[in-house]
Write a protein of this length. Structure first.
Length: 352
């Protein structure tokens, strides 16, 4: 399955194909000519796929280096980016060379940020290996690193030259990582696709989801593609993709990156903001109940963890959707129909 992302200034394709990793060298060669390539990955993914990817790229004529980071959100930092810049300079990486991100969302965000800023930008390809990255973070060109103030506070918009998605990599993930990706799939359905929502409703287990992973990934990528083409720089329609994320990023920072996964935090954020919106406007609980039931079916949490609400609010002050004393939040009319609402920042406390 192939999806073309046609932006005014850049075009690239998303390929969703089982076992495409085994021929990745040929596929990259079809996009790039002979050049030096640095594969940025993490230690776990490196142990699973690093050798295979390196050998395939070398077979196609690339000069290949691998840079592995420690798995987890703590590697998505300016310090880690700086270490990669130093490495790229040491091996004489030039503007005509390229970076490949091989891994999950952390690796993709970090590698993309480095590619967008090293020598003011060098070529970049995404090979996402987690469900979360395959349905969301590898698509659309958002790159970022975290700070002590907020998640993804420092970043760029920088589109890749290609995204290669191999659903077979999901077979090496534990159930928590599959659940994390499912939270983003459920988010996509909740904001844009009743059809996808109904499909998820018919699945009974994580194993069922893996069996149709290529279909789920394709539908989510189509949703994200449409949002990115309509609003590449996150001013309008693309904001819908942030459903649940404002609260989620606050939870992740306060509890500690990785203690609550991104998908778990998004699950909590979606239910919390929907339930509070229903309470504030006497709307009943039909939508939040439907959300909660689908998320809990796949083992995702829906209740806010023990967090000081003032601290959560203070963290949210650094959210990128804050403009002056106002914030844009994403709410649901119903399942499959979302909208953006701008409110005074002080009123956001009511949604916690």
């Amino acid at each position: 399955m192939n999806i073309s992302v046609d932006l005014s200034h850049h075009q690239y394709d998303l390929l969703i194909e089982k076992d495409c990793l085994s021929s990745i060298g040929e596929r990259v060669l079809s996009i790039w000519g002979d050049r030096k390539v640095v594969v940025i990955t993490d230690e776990l993914v490196d142990s699973l796929y690093g050798r295979e990817v390196k050998e395939s790229l070398e077979k196609s004529g690339f000069d290949v280096y691998i840079f592995s980071v420690v798995p987890g959100e703590n590697s998505k930092s300016l310090d880690q980016a700086s270490a990669i810049y130093e490495y790229l300079a040491q091996i004489n990486m030039s503007r005509s060379d390229g970076i490949i991100a091989l891994g999950g969302g952390v690796v993709g965000d970090l590698a993309g940020f480095v590619a967008s800023t090293y020598m003011r930008g060098i070529s970049f390809i995404q090979i996402p290996t987690t469900l979360l990255a395959q349905v969301d973070s590898s698509i659309g060109g958002k790159t970022a690193v975290n700070t002590t103030f907020a998640k993804n506070l420092i970043g760029t918009f920088y589109q890749p030259d290609a995204v290669f998605i191999d659903p077979l990599t999901l077979n090496t993930l534990d159930s928590r990582r599959i659940q994390e990706g499912l939270a983003e799939i459920i988010k996509s359905a909740a904001i844009k696709s009743k059809r996808l929502w109904d499909k998820l409703g018919k699945l009974e287990s994580l194993d069922d989801c893996i069996l149709v992973a290529d279909e789920l990934i394709y539908e989510c990528c189509q949703i994200k593609k449409s949002a990115v083409i309509a609003d590449e720089f996150d001013h309008g329609e693309r904001l819908l993709l942030n459903f649940g994320h404002t609260i989620a990023h606050g939870i992740e920072q306060i509890k500690g990156y990785g203690v609550v996964t991104h998908g778990e935090a998004v699950s909590i954020g979606m239910v919390t903001i929907t339930r509070q919106n229903e309470l504030l406007h006497n709307m009943g609980h039909k939508t939040s109940t439907a959300l909660a039931e689908l998320l809990t079916k796949f083992g995702l949490p829906i209740q806010l963890p023990t967090i000081n609400s003032k601290r959560l609010y203070d963290v949210i002050l650094h959210d990128k959707k804050v403009t002056g004393d106002r914030i844009k939040i994403v709410l649901l009319h119903e399942i499959g129909m979302a909208y953006v609402k701008e409110i005074p920042l002080s009123k956001f406390k009511d949604y916690l």
